[in-house]
Unconditional design. Structure first.
Length: 241
């Protein structure tokens, strides 16, 4: 598209204001078909980014733009990025004729590093500690009434080279605080050599029908490298179909 494209980031502490996306750092001609464009933007500290809006002014012939997704990360050294799926046109002649869309935060994923950043990380590889798959897991229950559960919790960790298989994190009585709203449960786990982490799966084994659990987030702390990776959930897990 030749239209002027604008974006606004919304976080815990406010928003970035409406910003025009001027210069792509990855492509000489921005917003071409099947390409990923990267833009640098300065803003006040927003905290957790939970929503973005993206749109354009309709300038030029064929101004429509198909957006697959938007990702946001803070600084070039970031190892994780906020992921906002879209999968729609910004076009007043396509789909629902919208030229601006609100995208909600889906989760964190590892940063897809540029070649320059990959080289920088490779140069530091010899000085970095290697992960041996030893993690401390922090599971936070929502502070809303009735958010807890007494069900057994299972966790599967996925990496680029495989997965841990289901890990039994026990019930509320096994060092857990699942039934207490606002509490955090802590466990040490071993996931094996599965490479860089990509996603996790949390499951309940209910003691009775209608079991639910409002899980806010899961943080994995690598005991070998000291790195943290947070997976934001903030949703209700339930055994109801």
């Amino acid at each position: 598209t030749d239209a002027n494209v604008f974006i606004t980031l919304y976080g815990e502490r406010g928003d970035s204001g409406r910003r025009r996306l001027y210069h792509s750092t990855t492509n000489a001609v921005k917003f071409g078909k099947n390409q990923v464009d990267t833009f640098l933007m300065e803003a006040v500290s927003l905290g957790q980014v939970n929503k973005v809006t993206i749109g354009h002014d309709g300038r030029g012939y064929g101004a429509g733009l198909y957006v697959d997704a938007v990702t946001v990360h803070e600084g070039e050294s970031a190892v994780a990025e906020w992921f906002f799926p879209c999968g729609h046109w910004l076009d007043d002649h396509m789909e629902d004729s919208c030229t601006e869309r609100e995208l909600l935060f889906l989760g964190l994923r590892p940063v897809e590093a540029t070649e320059e950043l990959q080289n920088l990380r490779s140069s530091d590889e010899n000085d970095s500690k290697k992960s041996n798959g030893n993690y401390t897991v922090y599971l936070r229950t929502s502070d809303s009434a009735g958010a807890g559960t007494k069900a057994r919790v299972w966790l599967t960790v996925y990496g680029e080279a495989g997965n841990s298989g289901p890990i039994n994190l026990g019930t509320d009585q096994d060092n857990g605080k699942y039934s207490e709203p606002g509490k955090e449960s802590v466990f040490d786990i071993k996931v094996g050599e599965i490479g860089e982490l990509t996603k996790i799966r949390v499951e309940l084994e209910p003691e009775s029908p209608g079991t639910t659990w409002h899980l806010v987030s899961v943080l994995l702390h690598d005991q070998d490298t000291g790195e943290d990776l947070t997976f934001h959930c903030d949703c209700l897990l339930s055994d109801d179909p």
